[in-house]
Design a protein around this ligand. Structure first.
Ligand SMILES: [Fe+2]
Ligand SMILES: [Fe+2]
Length: 174
């Protein structure tokens, strides 16, 4: 489990960390499969919002590849959200697209000159937390191969996101 102090002002990480803790609590208490998948779907909604905000606001900055990369990641996250919604429905649940309590909804992650390294570091920390969420959910769904395959597939995409972010952080960001 993450240390509370590791979150700081990273509200994106705060959101996914809270969702991970919620999932851990549900798993310990025998929560419904659809409710467990909803924690991951809510994390994906936070990711869609976060990357979309950065992609739009970074457009036109000197590091234009950051906007391009964030737009591509936002598209991936929307795909993850849709696949989870589909599986939640198959399991008899009702996907919640609103995810009301996300701090990411209220905290603008606008890219401006000079802040890209911080924003990308925050994304990296949140992605690492999302990967752990998927790892834990996958273990929990060991007896449900279809759900487990979906979770593992999404986790592989998230691992690609973290390495893409690490690559971006190696570049000369302005
Ligand atoms: Fe995702
Ligand atoms: Fe991701």
């Amino acid at each position: 489990m993450f240390e509370q102090g590791a979150v700081g002002d990273n509200h994106f990480l705060g959101d996914v960390q809270r969702l991970r803790v919620t999932a851990q609590t549900m798993m310990a208490c025998g929560g419904e499969p659809a409710d467990l998948l909803q924690t991951a779907m809510s994390a994906e909604i936070a990711c869609v919002l976060r990357y979309s905000m950065i992609a739009v606001s970074a457009d036109g900055l000197e590091n234009e590849w950051v906007a391009t990369e964030c737009a591509a990641q936002a598209a991936d996250e929307r795909g993850h959200m849709a696949k989870l919604a589909e599986r939640i429905t198959e399991l008899g649940g009702k996907p919640d697209y609103f995810a009301a309590n996300l701090a990411t909804r209220h905290m603008a992650a606008e890219a401006s000159k000079g802040c890209l390294p911080r924003l990308l570091q925050e994304n990296l920390a949140a992605e690492q937390c999302v990967i752990e969420l998927y790892r834990e959910l996958s273990t929990h769904f060991a007896a449900d191969p279809k759900t487990r395959a979906l979770l593992d597939h999404i986790r592989t995409d998230e691992e690609t996101h973290t390495s893409d972010l690490e690559d971006l952080l190696q570049t000369q960001l302005i």
